[in-house]
Design a protein around this ligand. Structure first.
Ligand code: SF4
Ligand code: SF4
Length: 120
């Protein structure tokens, strides 16, 4: 999904006017995209004069880092709660299982979506 780099947004409102589904609003003079409404038409990417509308692939490293931090915090909390360092490893296994499930869902979703692609 597109996202707005807040520090680059001048608040001109061009993207709000052009978004076909009214997915963008102004919050504190910065554009904000409602992900539930966005249909990924990419119009806002093309018209922003400040290049403030960014692609979601740019957040991948940030999201990976956040996932690792979240997992480490859970491991520490498990070890502390049960007063047993072995619980941290059990916790880690559960997080790995969780991300494997997310990966499976993503892979199977992509396989389904690829069947929608038209061949030319
Ligand atoms: S077009 Fe760009 S600079 Fe203008 S409000 Fe939208 S995101 Fe901000
Ligand atoms: S991608 Fe299209 S629908 Fe989504 S916020 Fe931008 S202009 Fe609106």
């Amino acid at each position: 999904m597109p996202w707005v780099r807040q520090e680059d947004c001048s608040g001109c409102g061009d993207c709000i006017e052009e978004c076909p589904v009214e997915a963008i609003s102004m919050i504190d003079e910065k554009a904000d995209i409602n992900m539930d409404k966005c249909i990924r038409c990419a119009i806002c990417h093309g018209i922003c004069p400040e290049e403030a509308v960014r692609h979601d692939s740019e957040t991948v490293p940030v999201e990976i880092k956040a996932n690792v931090i979240r997992t480490k915090k859970s491991m520490e909390a498990c070890a502390s709660h049960f007063d047993n360092s072995k619980e941290a490893q059990k916790c880690l296994k559960r997080w790995i299982k969780y991300y494997n499930r997310e990966k499976t869902i993503a892979e199977k979703t992509m396989a389904e979506l690829q069947s929608l692609q038209e061949t030319s």
